[in-house]
Design a protein around this ligand. Structure first.
Ligand code: SF4
Length: 231
C-alpha cells in the first residue's frame, strides 16, 4: 500500500460535490443512521458495488469486504484498503504492515483483534487490485462515500481514532500532506493520531523523520494504553 497513492482521495465534506458520491447507488437511499451495527456490517459484507471495477484489474478479483467493528469499540483504526494478504485471510492487517502497526501502537495481537474494543475500518473494505507496477491501487472513493459516515455513526464509544495513511487522513482532516499532518500530531492528540502507512514502502520516510519514533510513538502508545485500560 502506498500512502501517496491516496493524495487525491476526497475529503469528507467534498463527497456531496463529487461525481463518485452522486454515482453511488446505495447512497441515494441510505439506511437510517440508527441501523444496528451488526446489520450494517452484514450489509457491507454483501456489498458488490465495485465488482466491475475489480474485474477489470490485473487480478480480476471479486469484492471481498473485510469488516471489523462492533458498537462497543473504543479505539478506531482507520486505514486505507486491504492488500493481497488481507484479501486472502479476510482479517485486517494480517501482514507485515500489521506487525509494524501493532508495534507502533504498543498492542499485542490479542488486543488488536479484540473487536469489542477495537474497530478496524479502512477507507475501502475490499482489496482494490494492483497497478501495472504491482503496487496496490488506491481505495475506490465510492466505498467511503457509501459506508464511512454510517459506520462512524454506529461507533459511539470511540475515544481514540488512528488515521493510517493519506486516504483516511484526507477524509477525516481535509487537505494536506501526510508528512505535514503527522508532524502536527499534537494538534489532534490525544483523541486523533495521524500516522504514515506502516508499509515497507515508507521505510525511507521513517528514516528521514526520526522524530516520528522518538516523539510521536511514545505519546501514541500512552494514548492507546489509556483508552484500552479505561473502565
Ligand atoms: S470496496 Fe467498498 S464499495 Fe467497493 S465492493 Fe467493497 S465494500 Fe463495496
Amino acid at each position: 500500500m502506498r500512502q501517496d497513492s491516496a493524495h487525491d482521495f476526497p475529503a469528507r465534506d467534498e463527497w456531496r460535490k463529487s461525481g463518485s458520491y452522486e454515482d453511488c447507488r446505495l447512497f441515494t437511499n441510505p439506511p437510517e443512521n440508527t441501523v444496528a451495527a451488526d446489520d450494517l456490517a452484514q450489509m457491507i459484507r454483501g456489498c458488490r458495488l465495485c465488482a466491475d471495477r475489480f474485474a477489470a484489474t490485473a487480478t480480476a478479483h471479486a469484492p471481498r469486504p473485510v469488516v471489523w467493528f462492533r458498537p462497543s469499540a473504543r479505539l478506531l483504526i482507520s486505514g486505507q484498503a486491504p492488500g493481497t494478504r488481507v484479501h486472502a485471510s479476510g482479517r485486517p492487517f494480517t501482514d507485515q504492515s500489521g506487525d509494524r502497526l501493532r508495534d507502533w501502537l504498543g498492542m499485542t495481537e490479542t488486543e488488536f483483534y479484540d473487536r469489542n474494543r477495537v474497530a478496524i475500518v479502512p477507507m475501502a473494505f475490499c482489496f482494490p487490485g494492483l497497478d501495472a507496477k504491482g503496487a496496490d491501487l488506491p481505495p475506490p472513493p465510492v466505498c467511503a462515500a457509501t459506508w464511512a459516515a454510517q459506520v462512524r455513526a454506529v461507533l459511539p464509544q470511540v475515544r481514540l481514532t488512528v488515521l493510517v495513511g493519506g486516504a483516511a487522513q484526507r477524509w477525516h482532516l481535509g487537505a494536506g500532506s501526510v508528512t505535514g499532518r503527522v508532524a502536527a500530531w499534537r494538534d489532534h492528540a490525544p483523541r486523533v493520531f495521524p500516522l504514515p502507512h506502516p508499509s515497507w514502502r515508507n521505510n525511507a520516510w521513517l528514516a528521514r523523520n526520526p522524530w516520528f519514533a522518538a516523539d510521536l510513538l511514545p505519546d501514541l502508545r500512552a494514548a492507546v494504553r489509556a483508552v484500552l485500560e479505561a473502565p
